[in-house]
Design a protein around this ligand. Structure first.
Ligand SMILES: N[C@@H](CCC(=O)N[C@@H](CS)C(=O)NCC(=O)O)C(=O)O
Length: 221
């Protein structure tokens, strides 16, 4: 497979980068600055008309949705064992959890916009920021419940592409929500971020990041 991943550090394209590393697939990486409008260039918009990352070119075809890309690549590399076959008992849970990554993703994106993209205080709504924070905590609550039986990863059988899709959000979540009340999620996060493939998906030293604060507090109203 010839793969080119279009990526911005710390954006959802990290899911694809992480999975490519888990699968040991060769790829070319094109990195864009999240803030400098390079995702709005004519050449990038020709690839992704909405100007988002990821975009991935695979053997001349283009995919634009990180969950679908993760699912597809896990299927293409079935022998690596990160997908779950259509007839397997875990198939339903696998797909359900893999796509739950975007339920986390929507709140993280809204919080990123509110805390970081809308940089002037007057642009922000503390009410909306507080609500999104609570909704993110609630979404994490489902995972806390799932992991409370002592499993290491989302599926009882072990690490899968669903952990990559969800894991991006789990990595990011503590910038917005304290994990003290979610001990199983916190332990799961610690397991995920020590995976060598995850470390390779992080921005290199000195790269411009989206998230520069350890925690983004909701302003008092
Ligand atoms: N559901 C899409 C969302 C893609 C998306 O919105 N990516 C964000 C980064 S996390 C982006 O490119 N934002 C740039 C922008 O909105 O200008 C996916 O998971 O691939």
């Amino acid at each position: 497979m010839k793969i080119t991943l279009h990526h911005a550090h710390e954006a959802r394209s990290m899911r694809v980068l992480w999975l490519l590393e888990e699968l040991g697939l060769p790829y070319e990486l094109q990195v864009y600055d999240f803030f400098d409008k390079s995702l709005r260039s004519d050449s990038y918009l020709a690839l992704h008309p909405a100007g988002r990352v990821p975009a991935v070119e695979i053997d001349g075809q283009v995919m634009l949705e990180s969950g679908a890309i993760v699912e597809y690549l896990a299927e293409r590399c079935a022998d690596m064992g990160l997908g779950r076959a259509p007839q397997s008992d875990e198939r339903m849970a696998y797909l359900d959890l893999l796509h739950y990554g975007e339920t986390l993703g929507q709140h993280l994106a809204n919080l990123t916009q509110a805390h970081i993209v809308l940089y002037e205080p007057w642009m922000r709504s503390p009410t909306q920021m507080g609500l999104e924070t609570k909704r993110l905590a609630k979404v994490l609550g489902r995972l806390e419940q799932l992991l409370s039986d002592g499993r290491d990863y989302l599926l009882a059988s072990g690490f899968s592409a669903a952990d990559v899709a969800v894991g991006y959000g789990i990595w990011l979540a503590p910038r917005f929500v304290h994990l003290d009340a979610l001990p199983h999620v916190a332990a799961y996060r610690a397991r995920l971020i020590t995976r060598p493939a995850f470390a390779k998906a992080l921005p290199p030293e000195g790269a411009r990041r989206i998230y520069t604060q350890a925690f983004y507090e909701v302003p008092n109203v």
